[in-house]
Design a protein around this ligand. Sequence first.
Ligand code: PHE
Length: 340
Amino acid sequence: MLSKKLQDIQNQAQKEINEATTLEALYQVKVRFLGKQGELTLIMKDMGGLSKEERPAFGKLVNEVKQAVTTLHDEKESQLARVEMDKKLSEEELDLTLPGPYLPNGSEHLIAKVMNEIVDILARVGFSVRTGPLIETDFYNFTALNIPADHPSRDMQDTFYIDGEHVLRTHTSPIQIRTMQTEKPPIRILAPGGVFRHDYDASHSPHFHQIEALLVDKNVSMADLKGTISYFIREFFGKNIKTRFRPSFFPFTEPSAEVDCSCPLCQGKGCKMCKHTGWIEIGGSGLVHPNVFKAAGLDPEEWQGFAFGFGIERMAIIKYGVSDIRLFMENDTRFLEQFK
Ligand code: PHE
């Protein structure tokens, strides 16, 4: 009687498992036959009608049927899971040929671009980049560079003082001292970066950029300085651009010279950019002053050197024809993207 019922349940379970076409339907079958209130659980309760001797054998039989139904269910379950996964994968396929969302490209800032151009040109003759802090001590920005306490460039008009001891650096020359203190000659370094002066109009910005070059070696002369700068200007502005050195004064160089290049816009004939002189000033230069070597701990009897410092905005303005220095700080994308 009971084993007939068990047989029927097994047949029914097998049939329903075979017929289930979704995981959800299969789960319902599992609950109906194998769950806590399932038919194969409840049938155990019917054992009350069996004799003591018959019970163990029947219990064993029920367990075997449960096991068989479970195995069948599990096989079907993994088969259906595969089918459902395949279906999902094919429905949700990504079309990689669709155009993506539009992301506008940024562009390198003209100051960064010009800095990199300058570094590349001077790297070819052995110079490598060093950097220093924007907030400098009075010592590095002035004293060590042979700038005495009463020198006009220390005036509150030009220098942003942070406190009695610290300034926003007014030039990149402090990196000369920092490098000579920490590295042994021969030295060939470039120091590009931001500098600050109290000045603001169409051709002056309170925050602008310079690039400093320092070479320290034995038997360095003005000829080395002039050769290096002339090479650099030809490479940067073009082969037919001439370089001119005008005697000048800087506390940290002796002799000192201001560097002009023939106007790339009018080729030296005279125009608005060069104020009709045919020449444009781009920076200062000279041989390292003995006092600067002493302040940095080098013996001026043993070492010579040259240094120059050029204004990056100036060079960008000349090479790329920018009309107003303030454009560099405004971050107007219509300006910036012209130099992609
Ligand atoms: N530091 C000088 C300036 O800012 C430029 C300079 C650098 C001159 C190196 C001579 C040598 O004007």
